[in-house]
Design a protein around this ligand. Structure first.
Ligand code: TTP
Ligand code: MG
Length: 362
């Protein structure tokens, strides 16, 4: 198979850069965006000028103000950030539909096949960065490589306002000295664990035997073993529009007891109402799913007049559908309920779905 072409784009100091754009008096100055220092708020992000003082995302705002007292401190304006994010995502869509947003300000793009019929991913990344700047007045960094892990690694190399390409055979050069905590996919907990094993950087990880990594990290151990060798087959996964909303439970023991079955279904319905009402989603078709102890699986559906997310209406339908199953006579190992024919309340929802949830600031 021909080598894939993956781009990772990450906006620079995203929230802070938007604040500087919208108020030019802030350009070139340390700017911190975050929650109230007097109410245990934390820093969302800060401009590169503020980073020189040691200010970082997720640190208590109080600490940040102490490190850089002359910084301009601002509360987040999410509407502005989400508007800019939408503009950026729309630019991506002119190049490919295979876009996987990781947050408001970053995404993977698979441009192996692309709408411009360009063979050079490097050229596409350049064009995208230029277009982002022209349209939004913001800078982005980009990484180009043949898989997600390396593209993400590459976008960090010349940040801010830069890009880098990692070609086949070049992974070592960038990974050898990379501190283990900077590996995309190695979180705080694994970082600690790695350090306790004497694995401090890419070179150490490369020298660690597969058995050792699997023993300490389970399945993730295999993943770490691969990425440091520049191996990452994960596809860029575009967010699709949600077609259904559901929840299923695999039971600890196969069950026959009808009271227990009804009570579990009740819990599931309540959970659906909770999640769906919060997202303002309703559905018209209720589906009950059952897997029997012999793994045979059935579904029973009913469509109602009005879209709903009411637990009461859902459970009424489900209990009616339950009569058309072998519940009570045949042991059950899994129960599930889903709603489809979704009505997402407002058009805004579709936009929100496209943009994965951004990280909370405290
Ligand atoms: P990042 O891309 O991690 O950071 P950044 O864009 O501010 O800076 P850079 O990429 O140049 O290093 O996050 C994007 C936005 O997400 C950031 O501007 C604010 C928000 N965010 C939080 O609210 N809390 C956090 O802990 C982090 C890391 C980010
Ligand atoms: Mg960023």
């Amino acid at each position: 198979m021909e080598c894939r072409k993956i781009i990772h784009v990450d906006m620079d100091a995203f929230y802070a850069a938007i604040e500087q754009r919208d108020n030019p008096a802030l350009k070139g100055k340390p700017v911190i965006v975050g929650g109230d220092p007097d109410r245990r708020g934390v820093v969302s992000t800060c401009s590169y000028e503020a980073r020189k003082y040691g200010v970082r995302s997720a640190m208590p705002s109080k600490t940040a103000v102490r490190l850089c007292p002359h910084a301009v401190f601002l509360f987040p304006r999410f509407e502005a950030y989400s508007a800019a994010s939408k503009q950026v995502m729309n630019i991506f869509m002119q190049y490919t539909d295979v876009i996987e947003p990781l947050s408001l300000d970053e995404a993977f793009l698979d441009v192996t096949e692309n709408k411009k019929n360009t063979r050079s991913a490097t050229l596409i990344a350049k064009d995208i960065r230029r277009e982002i700047f022209t349209e939004t007045g913001l800078t982005a960094s980009a990484g180009v490589s043949y898989n997600k892990f390396l593209a993400k690694t590459a976008s960090e190399i010349n940040k801010p306002d830069g890009m880098a390409v990692i070609r086949p055979g070049e992974a070592d050069r960038y990974l050898n000295r990379l501190p283990i905590g900077k590996f995309f996919g190695i979180g705080k907990v694994s970082e600690k664990h790695m350090l306790s094993l004497g694995i401090e950087n890419g070179r150490d990880l490369l020298n660690a035997p597969l058995e050792l990594l699997v023993k300490h990290f389970g399945k993730a151990g295999r993943f770490y073993y691969d990425i440091v060798r520049g191996i990452d087959e994960r596809p860029v996964e575009p967010v699709r529009e949600r077609k259904s909303w559901g929840r299923e439970i695999t039971l600890d023991e196969d069950i026959l007891d009808m009271d227990l079955i009804r009570s579990i279904l009740n819990d599931i319905a309540a959970e659906l109402e909770d999640g769906m009402s919060r997202k303002k989603i309703s559905g018209k078709t209720v589906t009950l799913k059952i897997k029997y102890h012999d793994f045979r699986q059935i579904t029973r559906s009913a469509t109602i007049d009005q879209p709903t997310h009411s637990a009461e209406i859902i459970i009424n339908e489900v209990l009616r559908l339950l009569k058309f199953t072998e519940a009570g006579t045949k042991k059950i190992r899994l129960l599930g309920i889903s709603l489809s024919g979704l009505d997402c309340g407002n058009a805004e929802f579709h936009e929100k779905q496209l943009l994965l949830p951004f990280r909370e600031c405290g």
